[in-house]
Ligand binder design. Sequence first.
Ligand code: ACO
Length: 333
Amino acid sequence: MITACRRGVEMLGIGSYAPERVMTNDELAARIDTSDEWIASRTGIRERRIASDAESAADLGTAAAARAIEMAGVDASELGLIVVATASPDYYFPATAALIGERLGAAGVPGYDLSAACTGFVFALAQAYGQVASGLTDTALVVGCEVFSRLLDWDDRSTCVLFGDGAGAVVLRGNGSKGGLLGFELGSNGQGGDLLKVAAAGHSRAPAVGPYVTMDGPQVYKFATTVSVESAARVLDAIGLTVDDVDVFVPHQANLRIIEHAARRLGIPAEKVVANVDRYGNTSAASIPICLDEAYRTGRIEPGDVVLMVGFGGGLSWGSCVMEWTIPLKERG
Ligand code: ACO
């Protein structure tokens, strides 16, 4: 699906949250057969955040959403939609979105979860864009939140070193004209479903043990390096921009080698690329909004900048979005 956005929907606020607990590569190396050198050289990851036993995806998502709502200067009761992208929801139901809405004071606001693994945030952004642009609602909250640490087999060195926990959120509102979100390119291909999955207890294909993440790393690597370049090129083409128009590139933070490969193939210089995978690992649906939030709050994104986001992950799935940054500098805080 490729769409050039025709109606103006912009970001009013953004926020993120990561658990306090930092787990370093050395800590992992003390427990399993791995090393800081192997993890850092193959992935760029140095450490990740891990939720406490008491913290869930809804807890992380609520903290990120509260920051986004505060920046947006809206009351939670003004929201008309809450979409939560997560592959590690608190429950099968109630939806994580309903839990987050209740804690924010958004009683009565419709909320639901969206499952598209690491592409989830871009899919959720497209969902919210559609509802706001069509007039179904004026103001929407989009959250990406994950507690992947609960889905990992901590004895499986090929997966447990890659992921971390965290959350990011944005508030969107229609602006009555144009601008803000400029275009999307989204896709899924279930043929690659077995390459990366969590077959969860309680689901209709429940395994005897787990749920744990399983992944064919080299095949997912091939997919990610190809699709991130192709999807980014397709969305830019659809909205009549080129890579030279891109001021900031915010790719999904799975692996620094994938990020650098995509930037090189697209022709985006290193100074325009945002990466924080070294400190968070892969936080799945939370990775792009955490990265966006950090980039904005540290002055890497300015109003008017053209921001290119690219996500990819389980499904297999992928999604790119181009937006013009609309949050003023004074909101940085
Ligand atoms: N420490 C030390 N050695 C390890 C580790 C580890 N943590 N993990 C694997 N190895 C070993 C393997 O056992 C293998 O050893 P062998 O040659 O003796 O058999 C060797 O390292 C090479 O293994 P590969 O899997 O071929 O390593 P590769 O270079 O492909 O790197 C990696 C693995 C980092 C996982 C890479 O394939 C990758 O990044 N893939 C993409 C992953 C990704 O993006 N996933 C997220 C998708 S988003 C989502 O939706 C969740």
